[in-house]
Design a protein around this ligand. Structure first.
Ligand code: NAP
Length: 430
């Protein structure tokens, strides 16, 4: 009699988890069944809640990944917390292998005075707001005229673009309707992106940087003395960034109603203000502003009962195999930001997933040899605990509701942001 298929739990249904499910089930042999477990009530992780709504070309990857969710050997369990509804030990007992793909959900802080003042928050919070993340609690009110965004990576560019763009140019996206209304009422005229190092060290990708110089109604202000000549060892993306910045530095003001300013070599020292932010103290001087958004990267959170390296903020691994008690054994793998830190583009997760699945295939004989019973998954366990999950059908119902919601506003699809509304659409009790 042939062995039952290999049964794998993938924890996290963001890009890393979905690419892993893809790589595991792409070929019919070896036969693998995948249960995708996701804490949020919906799949797609940062593809839904990180990628900016107007980056439709990046979001299009969701169409392929939706196809993966619909594959027969893939089962979706959203709204299931690993560590709360089910433990890692229970997963390890019930599956041949567990893959951790939990991403990096929290923002890093600066550790400077005034960072906690009202009017100072993380870019993550702001991104979560405009992307309709169900766990965001702040209802943004954009009454600031001047905003400082700290950090020179792509998230800073997203945040600046969303703050400066004409909200009517977002109506073809799925941005939640309340976010459109707030952006329409926004008082913001000036956004300052502040880098502690020179532009040759910026983490921007050239395409995303260039896009900011093409926004109608926005002047870009760059001090030409802050843009160095190409360093000898500069890689092509750095050269392209510097070329874009040089072109901007040569531009004259057109008197546009909104402005984007870029500053380099300016270390943030203190967020100024008493009851509310009034400015940002930089090593180069004070910048008056009423909103400070730090965009200095993401960090992963530890999962209960899974090894975690506090220093790097990742699950320790050798290749993709998790190192537990000093050894990398077959059966536990890690992919995505929780393996390598919050770097890389969407496609990096694809190669990560392929690596992990190659290791898992190598380990196949060991995984099958240690089986004492057929793997059983978690459906029975969840039912016994009264934990209702959002299945693929529930997710389809949410998508349908979002299209209906869009039609109400003369738009194609509008995201549902509220947790209770998502669960209600999926037919799941909160
Ligand atoms: P990031 O690329 O790591 O950039 C973080 C920035 O914060 C860096 O400029 C860093 O400067 C700065 N920083 C860190 N600590 C700081 C401090 N204490 N004071 C001042 N500045 C500080 O992070 P991210 O922008 O959050 O992006 C995360 C990942 O998502 C990246 O791989 C990014 O490319 C990707 N992403 C892609 C897109 C897209 O459209 N393609 C959109 C969003 C995000 P130093 O270099 O000096 O440390």
């Amino acid at each position: 009699m042939s062995e039952p298929p290999l049964r794998v739990a993938v924890v996290g249904a963001g890009p890393a988890g979905l690419y892993t499910a893809d790589a595991l089930t792409f070929d019919e042999e070896p036969a693998v069944e995948v249960d995708l477990l996701e804490r949020l009530p919906v799949p797609f992780g940062l593809l839904r809640y990180g990628v900016a709504p107007d980056h439709l070309n990046i979001k299009a990857a969701g169409n392929t990944l939706q196809g993966v969710l619909e594959r027969e050997p893939v089962e979706l369990f959203c709204h299931v917390g690993v560590g709360t509804d089910v433990t890692v030990a229970e997963l390890r007992e019930r599956y041949d292998a567990v893959v951790y793909a939990v991403g990096a959900s929290v923002d890093r802080t600066l550790g400077i005075p005034g960072e906690q003042l009202p009017g100072s928050s993380s870019a993550t919070q702001f991104v979560n707001w405009y992307n309709g993340h169900p766990e965001q609690v702040v209802r943004e009110v954009l009454d600031a005229t001047t905003v400082a965004v700290i950090g020179i990576g792509n998230v800073a560019l997203d945040v600046a673009r969303l703050l400066l763009k004409d909200p009517d140019d977002l109506l073809h996206t799925d941005i939640p309707q309340p976010a459109i209304e707030v952006l329409r009422a926004s008082a913001v005229t000036d956004v300052h992106i502040v880098g502690r190092r020179g532009p040759e060290h910026a983490k921007f990708t050239p395409k995303e940087l260039k896009e900011l110089g093409e926004l109608p109604g926005v002047d870009v202000v760059v001090d030409p003395t802050e843009i160095p000549a190409d360093p000898e060892d500069a890689k092509p993306p750095t050269k392209r960034n510097l070329a874009v910045l040089r072109e901007w530095a040569a531009r004259r003001s057109t008197g546009a109603p909104r402005r984007l300013h870029l500053h380099f070599g300016a270390t943030p020292l203190e967020v100024l203000g008493e009851a509310h932010v009034t400015g940002l103290r930089l090593s180069t001087g004070d910048l008056p502003c009423q909103l400070v958004l730090r965009s200095v990267g993401y960090r992963s959170l530890p999962l209960p009962d899974v090894p975690f390296d506090d220093e790097t903020g990742t699950i320790p691994s050798e290749g993709s195999r998790v190192v537990r008690d000093g050894r990398a054994e077959p059966g536990e793998y890690v992919v995505g930001w929780v393996r390598r830190g919050a770097t890389g583009i969407l496609g990096t997760n694809r190669s990560d997933a392929m690596d992990a699945v190659a290791s898992l295939h190598e380990d196949l004989p060991a995984l099958l040899a240690r089986r004492t019973r057929a793997p059983e998954g978690i459906e029975g366990l969840l039912a016994a605990r009264g934990v209702e999950h959002v299945s693929l059908q529930g997710w389809a119902a949410i998508v349908e509701r979002e299209h209906a919601h869009g039609a109400e506003h003369g738009r194609s699809r509008v995201k549902i942001a509220d947790l209770a509304d998502l669960l209600e659409a999926a037919g799941v009790n909160p």
